[in-house]
Design a protein. Structure first.
Ligand SMILES: *[C@@H]1O[C@H](CO)[C@@H](O)[C@H](O)[C@H]1NC(C)=O
Length: 254
């Protein structure tokens, strides 16, 4: 057997996100969080969490187009795409639901999805970890050979009856131990304390643990899919995906 074939097979089996790809996802989230309009008083900067990453990767490997029922107290956004996986576009697509969301009334335009967006900009969510997998077949999607992206978040967003963030002057309500950088409340690094001790004292965490018994909104079960229209499976479709009717997505609402 040609060694190249074996190498490719091995790569495909062990494929997961590279450091560069993780950075694209994390930076994308922080970019949108930093730029929310109206501005946020309490928007925490997100950081990458390797445990969430491992959790998301393990679930992505299963190639299922449905939320992980074992996700516990973790938020989750899904995304599927072919023939390539454009991570910047995935985050942009989630955030793009912003246009359907009214922060004043905390409502979404009927028939649209907003839960991906509200998770992306959920102020108290400060950890993210994602995994991706090239799937020959995703259970729940007709199209074959698609990439599946799974992002898990902690603490989870989309708490019933809650707004994603508090509207007001940027950073005016950052939790203690955080400083304002680019309109985001960032963990102070030069305190001499280990980061973990800051994290356990994070008021946002305490607040969210008080929400333990609250149910996640039904529309927190968010899945999103972009796929090429028939006929050009090997062409990179890029920006044209923006024009895809949301009918495709609605059909996949769970
Ligand atoms: C949100 O809803 C309120 C109340 O219905 C309305 O006055 C406001 O214009 C809406 N905002 C946006 C951005 O649509």
């Amino acid at each position: 057997l040609p060694p190249l074939f074996l190498l490719l097979t091995a790569l495909e089996l062990s494929w997961s996100l590279s450091d560069e790809e993780k950075k694209i996802i994390l930076d994308g989230h922080n970019k949108y969080r930093s730029g929310v309009s109206p501005p946020a008083m309490d928007m925490l900067k997100m950081s990458w969490d390797t445990e969430l990453e491992a959790f998301a990767q393990a679930y992505a490997e299963k190639c299922i187009w449905d939320h992980n029922k074992e996700r516990g107290r973790r938020g989750e956004n899904l995304f599927a795409m072919a023939p390539t996986l454009d991570l910047e576009f995935a985050v942009e697509d989630w955030n793009g639901e912003e246009k359907y969301y009214n922060l004043t009334t905390s409502t979404c335009v009927p028939g649209q999805m907003c839960g991906h967006y509200t998770q992306v900009v959920w102020a108290s969510t400060h950890q993210i970890g994602c995994g991706a997998k090239f799937c020959e077949k995703i259970d729940g999607i007709e199209t074959e050979e698609m990439y599946l992206l799974v992002c898990n978040y902690y603490p989870p967003g989309n708490m019933k009856g809650r707004k994603p963030y508090k509207e007001g002057p940027s950073c005016s309500q950052c939790p203690e131990g955080r400083v304002c950088v680019n309109s985001l409340c960032e963990v102070e690094v030069d305190t001499g304390y280990p980061v973990s001790s800051l994290t356990t004292e994070d008021p946002a965490l305490l607040e969210s643990s008080a929400l333990d018994t609250e149910e996640l909104e039904t529309n927190s079960d968010q899945t999103n899919m972009d796929q090429p229209t028939a006929g050009a499976p090997n062409t990179f479709l890029g920006p044209s995906l923006f024009l895809l009717p949301s009918v495709i997505l609605v059909g996949l609402l769970l």
